[in-house]
Design a protein around this ligand. Structure first.
Ligand SMILES: Cc1cc2nc3c(=O)[nH]c(=O)nc-3n(C[C@H](O)[C@H](O)[C@H](O)COP(=O)(O)OP(=O)(O)OC[C@H]3O[C@@H](n4cnc5c(N)ncnc54)[C@H](O)[C@@H]3O)c2cc1C
Length: 377
């Protein structure tokens, strides 16, 4: 009997292996991963600098120990290059491998802006532990970091870099931090505290070119202004890794399309984590992976479970101005209401029937998250 094969050793790959082992100790499981396979907490990458954590200290469990504990055959530093869904086989840099069921936990790639300039290829992004180690090495002894993007990861890095003593310039074409997640009033609440911590905001600006100058980089902005910095970090979003699935003929949209059983358009291939698209949405966060892994483990163990995600508020790790948000779709019908004082801001969004659909909390008001989550429709 061929094994269950999992591709990917991020949170999704290891968590599905662990959840499966809780239910099924005997089925052979093979985990194949392009990286070193160590189990680490990716969310820690954007708040490890200020706490002085070195990359190696972010590894919770080395790959070999994970494989031993979960009784998994591990092929690491191994790239899967093709899936033959008809033959139930995959090709990889380690050869060909049959599977009974296949789980795609492939993650996502950082989006790279099409920048001009002789140093455009030196713009860094951090999406895994090894990126982080490189980034950290490159900013050692430097002072000023330019950060492209004021979304979730950009804001978290801005806060962390500032907390570690760096001067940070954040450039974003929108008008305020976290504009795709937060209503404007909540996003604006972050501006001043982070500014006081050492973050210079450049909203309504976009970078067109990055060139090397003597001691660092010059970022040319579309309006003609320029910023000089010692290093440039880009955090402009992620694109689900879909190429393998697409080449195999699986349905792909923004992510690899899965149904409520987390099954792709092939009944023996499943997907979860940052690579997957569920109900038309990509959910690139930890909590959806934990829920999906528990459900998929049962399905793989022979008791199919339909996935229904509960409300999963997003916690933004900006200790200078903590934020929690249950995002609301841009086109949702309803209205925001706000309560604001010096302790923080609480915004709630109710639909025309008066039901609570979303919320945004800042600073001391984040303590209301659990109570509001319970009230969500
Ligand atoms: C800096 C940062 C901070 C974050 N903070 C938070 C937070 O506070 N809260 C939160 O909920 N979420 C946070 N997230 C998001 C969260 O960490 C991710 O949603 C989650 O870690 C994704 O896990 P994954 O396993 O789907 O993908 P990944 O961790 O990207 O793993 C993908 C795996 O697939 C492997 N792979 C890909 N292609 C192949 C191939 N062809 N062959 C073999 N192997 C392959 C890769 O090597 C890797 O092992 C953060 C993300 C980042 C980058």
């Amino acid at each position: 009997m061929d094994p269950i094969v999992i591709i990917g050793s991020g949170l999704a790959g290891w968590t599905i292996a662990r959840e499966l082992r809780k239910l099924d100790k005997s089925t052979h499981v093979t985990l194949i991963t392009a990286d070193a396979g160590d189990f680490y907490s990716k969310p820690m990458l954007s708040n490890a600098l200020a706490s002085g954590k070195l990359p190696a200290q972010l590894i919770n469990t080395p790959a070999e120990t994970m494989a031993q504990q979960l009784d998994v055959r591990l092929l690491r530093n191994t790239q899967v290059t093709a899936i033959d869904a008809g033959a139930h086989r995959i090709d990889s840099s380690a050869g060909s491998q049959g599977y009974a069921k296949l789980v795609l936990a492939l993650g996502a790639d950082p989006i790279r802006l099409p920048l001009e300039g002789d140093a455009a290829d030196q713009v860094m992004s951090v999406n895994d532990l090894w990126d982080y180690a490189r980034f950290r090495g490159s900013i050692e002894g430097r002072k000023h970091i330019a950060l492209i993007g004021a979304g979730l990861i950009g804001c978290e890095f801005a806060n962390d870099l500032a907390g570690a003593g760096y001067r940070v310039s954040v450039i974003d074409p929108t008008g305020y931090p976290l504009s795709s997640l937060l209503p404007e009033r909540a996003g604006r609440r972050m501006i001043e505290p982070l500014q006081a911590a050492g973050v210079a905001w450049h909203f309504g600006e976009a970078v067109s070119a990055v060139n090397k100058v003597q001691l660092g980089y010059r970022l040319t902005l579309k309006g003609g202004n320029a910023i000089e910095a010692d290093a440039v970090l880009s955090a402009v979003g992620l694109r689900p890794r879909t190429a393998l699935a697409k080449a195999a003929g699986l349905a792909v949209n923004r992510g690899i399309v899965v149904d409520t059983l987390l099954r792709t358009s092939d009944p023996d291939i499943f997907a979860l984590g940052d690579c997957a698209e569920f109900g038309g949405r990509v959910l690139p966060y930890v909590l959806p992976i934990m829920h999906a892994s528990r459900a998929l483990a049962q399905t793989l163990a022979g008791k199919p479970v339909e996935m229904a995600f509960p409300p999963m508020p997003v916690i933004v790790k900006t200790p200078t101005c903590p934020v929690v948000v249950q995002p609301v779709a841009r086109d949702a019908a309803g209205a925001w209401q706000a309560e604001e004082d010096e302790s923080g801001l609480k915004m709630t969004f109710t639909d025309p029937q008066g039901r609570l659909i979303g919320f945004a909390l800042t600073e001391a008001r984040i303590g209301e998250r659990a109570a509001l989550t319970k009230l969500l429709a």
